[in-house]
Design a protein around this ligand. Structure first.
Ligand SMILES: NC(=O)c1ccc[n+]([C@@H]2O[C@H](COP(=O)([O-])OP(=O)(O)OC[C@H]3O[C@@H](n4cnc5c(N)ncnc54)[C@H](OP(=O)(O)O)[C@@H]3O)[C@@H](O)[C@H]2O)c1
Length: 386
């Protein structure tokens, strides 16, 4: 069979995997279809961490032995270690399957290729790399977590074509249209945590929940970066400190925050992470390490400009989602997106790799992994390091 003939089946497996969008952390999403005589006769996906893997679900749902010549399509290399649900390679071999088509290998260096080897050694014909890039993209967060041992820190920004996030008067609602805003909620639903700066909490009073049409509202962990606890105002408490998801809010602060405010937040059920810092700003490397300790595998930084700029300057942003609306202010006093670095040469530019481009109504989304240049210069005149 040619690669093109495999693709519709792998696309179906990807669609199945996506049903568990945001539900499998810290496990990857995975989907699987069983094909007999050119038809899908069984399907499965990994529903949540600890649940059976997609391969086992599909094989079990067939409720009989696969017919000779049947092929199993799976988005990620089947696991070969027993784990809590048993090795999928064992289930495949025990079912008598002789053909397996795989999207992407296991990104875990300790496991990569092992499952494929086990299957081949058992005489199974294995085809790899079908829709590989799409299959790998399914698990942005898992791939990073398993290879780096820490969370994927991603930034999201919505800007005009000339890179502004608000007018000089501070108006920013809404630069992008409905489709782009709905897409942001999908990403919020994927990430186990969202982060914003105190400026955004005070300016917008956001709820930071994932509101995907047709699905229940989900409250991810909500981080508020507020080095001096400026956002704690008893007379006018931001929504994230009072709403039904209050126990999911964690304020990220420093010793400059004041014990009284810390106590007030904790009394309300808000979590507070206090970090040492001479500047009143939390070094993002320390935040990353704490997330790793707490098992938080991905954080979506939603702004504002200051927090995202800091994350970029400190080289702590791993991924960027950049929405653009077909709007131009051409006003140098309108709020710009990212600042604080100096690029005299193109070689000093930060670039996105492995990019993906999406059209959302009139708007667009470019997303990709951030590649930092060898050397960057920080422009002290543009950005106070505090
Ligand atoms: N278009 C978009 O995509 C988008 C997204 C979000 C927000 N926005 C807009 O952006 C505006 C707010 O942006 P902004 O740049 O003023 O505010 P911001 O980045 O949300 O918040 C800045 C404040 O957060 C605190 N902070 C930042 N980094 C920190 C760190 N590492 N540790 C501890 N605290 C830290 C600082 O408080 P201290 O100064 O007290 O230390 C800082 O002043 C709003 O108007 C909002 O509507 C736009």
């Amino acid at each position: 069979m040619s690669a093109a003939e495999h693709e519709p089946f792998m696309r179906r497996a990807i669609a199945l995997a996506l049903r568990a969008w945001g539900d499998t952390h810290p496990d990857p999403m995975g989907g699987c279809v069983l094909v007999e005589d050119g038809e899908v006769t069984a399907e499965g996906f990994h529903e949540r961490a600890g649940a059976p893997h997609a391969e086992r679900v599909a094989i079990a749902s067939l409720m009989r032995n696969p017919r000779p010549g049947a092929a199993l399509y799976v988005t990620m290399e089947p696991c070969s270690s027993p784990g809590s649900t048993g090795a999928c390679t064992d289930a495949i071999i025990a079912a008598g399957l002789r053909r397996v088509v795989v999207g992407t290998s296991d990104p875990n260096p300790a496991h990569a290729g092992r499952g494929l080897g086990v299957l081949r050694a058992a005489g199974v014909e294995v085809t790899t790399g079908v829709l590989e890039s799409e299959c790998r993209d399914l698990n942005l967060i898992f791939n990073h977590w398993i290879t780096r041992g820490g969370p994927l820190l991603a930034g999201k920004l919505a800007a005009t074509l000339d890179g502004r996030i608000a007018t000089r008067g501070g108006e920013s609602k809404w630069i992008t249209g409905l489709a782009a805003r709905a897409d942001v909620h999908r990403w919020r639903r994927l990430f186990p945590a969202i982060a914003v700066g105190a400026g955004t909490v005070m300016a917008d009073n956001p709820s930071l929940t994932a509101r995907v049409e047709g699905a229940p509202v989900v409250g991810p962990v909500r981080f508020v970066f507020d080095g001096r606890l400026r956002s704690v105002d008893e007379r006018n408490m931001p929504r994230v400190y009072t709403d039904e998801f209050v126990a999911r809010t964690i304020v990220v602060t420093t010793e400059h925050g004041g014990q009284g405010y810390v106590r007030k937040l904790r009394e309300r059920g808000v979590g507070v992470w206090v970090f040492p810092s001479g500047t009143g700003r939390v070094p993002l490397a320390l935040f990353r390490a704490r997330c790793a300790e707490e098992g938080i595998c991905g954080v979506l930084f939603e702004g504002g400009a200051q927090l995202l700029s800091r994350a970029l300057i400190e080289r702590q942003l791993d991924y960027l989602l950049m929405y653009h609306a077909p709007v131009i202010f051409a006003d140098e006093r309108a709020k710009s997106v990212l600042s604080g670095l100096r690029a005299d040469h193109l070689s000093q530019a930060i670039r996105l790799e492995d990019t993906r481009h999406h059209t959302l109504g009139d708007d667009s989304l470019v997303r990709g992994r951030i590649a930092y240049p060898q050397k960057v210069q920080i422009d002290e005149t543009l950005f106070s390091l505090g």
